[in-house]
Design a protein around this ligand. Structure first.
Ligand code: CTP
Ligand code: MG
Length: 236
C-alpha cells in the first residue's frame, strides 16, 4: 500500500431478480461463501485498496457487517437503483479518498490483477479507468421485427467490467450533478468531457446475473485453487 488512500464502493444492494434465488444476490453463496464476501476479499487481496464501503439493502446492514469481521469495511444502506446505491456509498467515502473504485458485488471472482491495473492507471493520471474485454461474438442490430439492419464493426467495441476506477474528486463532482441512472459510472465522467482510459479486464471478472452464471462460477471455483483470502488465482 502506498500513496493516497484508495477506497472501493461495492454496490451489493440489488435484489437479484434475474437470479431468482429468493434473497438479495450478493448474499447468495458460491462454494459456501457469500458473493459479497468474495468480492470484498478479492479487492483487499490486491494490496492496493485501503477500505471498502459495502452498500446493502437497509434490512441487511447488520447481517453484512457480521459476515465481514476483521476487514477494513464500512457497511451502509443502498437505494432503489444501482446509481442511488453508488451515491450512498460514495457519500460514506469522505473527501480524503483520492482514488475511488466502484465494483459490483456480483463479480465475485474478479482477480486482484484487474484491481491493480485499474488503480495503477488512475495513479498514472487517468481521471477514469475501466477494465474491458474485446467482443468476440459477431454483433448485429435488428429492427422491431427482428430483421437484421446492420452488422456492427466489432473491432472498436469493448465489453465493460468492474472495478471502474476514478479520481475521487471527479467522481464526487459527477454524482453531485445528479447522475442519470441509465449511464454507468464511467459514462458520467464522459459526460463531464474527460477521457476514460481502458485496461485489460479478465474473463474471471464476469458478472453473475443468471442461474447459468452462478453455475459457471461454482465450476470455476472447483477448477481454480483458492487463495488465502477466499478468492481465486488468475494469470492477471
Ligand atoms: N445494485 C445495488 N443497488 C441496487 C441495484 C443493484 O447496489 N438498487 C448492485 C447489485 O447488488 C450488483 C450490482 O449493482 O452488485 C450490479 O447489478 P445487477 O447485476 O443488476 O444486480 P441486481 O440488480 O441485484 O440483479 P437484477 O437486476 O437481476 O435484479
Ligand atoms: Mg439490476
Amino acid at each position: 500500500m502506498s500513496g493516497s488512500p484508495v477506497v472501493t464502493v461495492l454496490p451489493a444492494a440489488g435484489s437479484g431478480a434475474r437470479l431468482g434465488a429468493g434473497m438479495p444476490k450478493a448474499f447468495v453463496e458460491i462454494g459456501g461463501v457469500p458473493m459479497l464476501v468474495r468480492a470484498v476479499d478479492g479487492v483487499l487481496a490486491s494490496g492496493v485498496v485501503d477500505h471498502v464501503v459495502v452498500v446493502v439493502p437497509v434490512e441487511l446492514v447488520r447481517d453484512a457487517a457480521g459476515l465481514l469481521p476483521g476487514r477494513p469495511v464500512t457497511v451502509v444502506p443502498g437505494g432503489a437503483d444501482r446509481t442511488a446505491s453508488v451515491a450512498a456509498g460514495l457519500a460514506a467515502t469522505g473527501p480524503e479518498a483520492e482514488v475511488v473504485l466502484v465494483h459490483d458485488a456480483a463479480r465475485p471472482l474478479t482477480p486482484a490483477g484487474v484491481v491493480r491495473r485499474v488503480v495503477g492507471a488512475v495513479r498514472a493520471g487517468a481521471a477514469a479507468v475501466i477494465p474491458v474485454l474485446p467482443v468476440t461474438d459477431t454483433v448485429k442490430t435488428v429492427d422491431e421485427a427482428g430483421i437484421v439492419t446492420a452488422t456492427v464493426d466489432r473491432s472498436t467495441l469493448r465489453a465493460v467490467q468492474t472495478p471502474q476506477g476514478f479520481r475521487g474528486r471527479e467522481l464526487r463532482l459527477a454524482y453531485a450533478r445528479g447522475p442519470d441512472p441509465v449511464t454507468d459510472d464511467a459514462g458520467l465522467i464522459e459526460a463531464l468531457g474527460a477521457p476514460v482510459a481502458t485496461v485489460a479486464g479478465d474473463p474471471l471478472a464476469f458478472k453473475v446475473t443468471t442461474v447459468w452464471d452462478l453455475r459457471i462460477a461454482e465450476l470455476l471455483l472447483a477448477d481454480v485453487p483458492a487463495h488465502p483470502a477466499g478468492g481465486v488465482r488468475s494469470t492477471g
